[in-house]
Design a protein around this ligand. Structure first.
Ligand SMILES: O=C(CO)[C@H](O)[C@H](O)COP(=O)(O)O
Length: 432
């Protein structure tokens, strides 16, 4: 097992996968890219048991292997299992009872293994890190779990406090990428634990190399902080409506709403319009209410009379409106296509209604059979339109990004010759 050298930060690649053979392949690529330690991720252990540790030990006899068992109880028995299977370091939950941690440490000593305490979900991580150090653990992992990351929690600020309080090596985990790894190492982390941004990338070697380069010269990496809204938009820019639908468990996709032109991506926050069969006054007045980056979302209620056309579309350009969605008809489709603003609707027809002024702007509406509230994030592409409730926007954007990264890896494996059924292991994972 390699020692922790304060001058050479360690990359611990978290193999959060479900199959042994894919884990071994990605481990090989990670090591080629400069990773140091191999972590058998919790999902992999739950899916394949101790055999995956044995297999990794057999394949990588010289590398440090971590079993991320997140032990909560029966410390001695579970540490013995992991150590005998070939793990050098076994992970226990720092929130486990002191007796569990003590028993884990005793068993580790007996089998020549070490203990890493994971602070995930600890109520007071800084205090707990000092307590578990006294109990004899060898490493502390300051960790924002995958679900916590999706809600915006990050482990860097906690890690900066922990490194001041303990004398044992400190790891950090939770959605780390090259920039945040550099920031973490600059702030005192000895070990960076990276899962998704290596193992769910289409080019594992390059991703590992990028992280190796960033932590070996952390001062050269400039970390840019985006506003919350800009960060959400940046993530949504990199995913499809299909990824978002998956992230929302098939919720959010509007029905019978189609792109009026191909190849347009639309991301924005909803300005909603409730109108009636072609009455275009409120729809057009909504342009005046909209701010840059908004999407005007209109419930029209008719497939035959349009409340929207070329003039209104052109008018949107003056306000920086990101796009328009109409549950119903639009017209002047030739002009709309020339203007190029993303417009999504049920259909297009020649006739429009009158500007009578019935309806309301910025109330809750139903569009494409989906509830839309003002400020909800609206994303459109060649597949269609999805609505993301504003209060879940960051979480869903992050989860959609994880879906996209996983798919990138599957595309790569199919390019290497596997079939979709093989890469998905469909036979193994059919619901029984
Ligand atoms: O232990 C874990 C989740 O419980 C992960 O291994 C850890 O969070 C690192 O993965 P990622 O970089 O994708 O967050």
């Amino acid at each position: 097992m390699s020692k922790v050298d304060p001058n050479k930060p360690i990359i611990q690649v978290a193999l959060d996968l479900l199959e042994t053979d894919r884990a071994i392949q990605i481990a090989k690529e990670s090591l080629e890219g400069g990773a140091d330690w191999l972590e058998v991720g919790t999902p992999l252990i739950k899916s394949e048991g101790m055999d995956v540790i044995r297999k990794l030990r057999e394949t990588f006899p010289e590398n440090t292997i971590i079993a991320d068992m997140k032990i909560a109880d029966t410390g001695a028995m579970e540490v013995e299992m992991g150590a005998k299977a070939g793990a050098d370091i076994i992970v226990v939950l720092a929130s486990a009872d002191d007796s569990t941690i003590l028993e884990s440490v005793r068993a580790a000593r007996k089998y020549g293994a070490k203990i890493m305490a994971d602070l995930i979900s600890s109520k007071d991580p800084v205090s707990r890190s000092m307590e578990v150090e006294k109990l004899g653990v060898d490493y502390i992992n300051v960790h924002s779990g995958i679900d916590q990351q999706m809600e915006g929690q990050d482990s860097l600020s906690i890690m900066k406090e922990v490194v001041k309080k303990v004398n044992i090596p400190v790891a950090i985990a939770g959605g780390l990428d090259a920039d945040s790894c550099a920031e973490a190492v600059s702030a005192g982390a000895n070990i960076v634990v990276v899962g998704g941004n290596i193992v769910r990338s289409s080019n594992v070697i390059a991703s590992a190399k990028a992280i190796r380069g960033s932590i070996d010269s952390p001062t050269t990496v400039k970390v840019t902080r985006l506003s919350h809204d800009d960060e959400i938009r940046a993530i949504l820019e990199s995913v499809s409506t299909s990824n978002i639908s998956d992230a929302m468990h098939r919720k959010g996709a509007m029905q019978d709403i189609f792109p009026m032109m191909e190849g347009k991506k639309m991301i924005g926050t909803a300005v909603t319009v409730q109108t009636f069969k072609g009455d275009w006054a409120k729809a057009v007045e909504a342009i005046d209410e909209a701010k840059e980056g908004d999407v005007i979302v209109i419930y029209n209620g008719s497939r035959h009379i349009a409340p929207w056309g070329g003039l209104a579309t052109l008018s949107c350009l003056n306000k920086g409106v990101a796009g328009v969605v109409v549950d119903g008809a639009v017209r002047d489709i030739d002009e709309i296509r020339k203007i190029g603003l993303p417009v999504f609707a049920t259909c297009h027809v020649p006739n429009a209604g009158e500007p009578k002024g019935f309806g309301e702007i910025n109330s809750e509406i139903v569009c494409g059979n989906q509830t839309v509230n003002p400020g909800d994030y609206i994303v459109g592409d060649d597949n269609g339109v999805v609505v993301i409730p504003k209060e879940r926007a960051y979480e869903i954007a992050r989860r959609a990004k994880e879906v996209e990264k996983t798919e990138q890896r599957l595309f790569e494996e199919i390019r290497r010759g596997a079939t979709l059924s093989e890469v998905m292991k469909l036979k193994k994972w059919e619901k029984h």
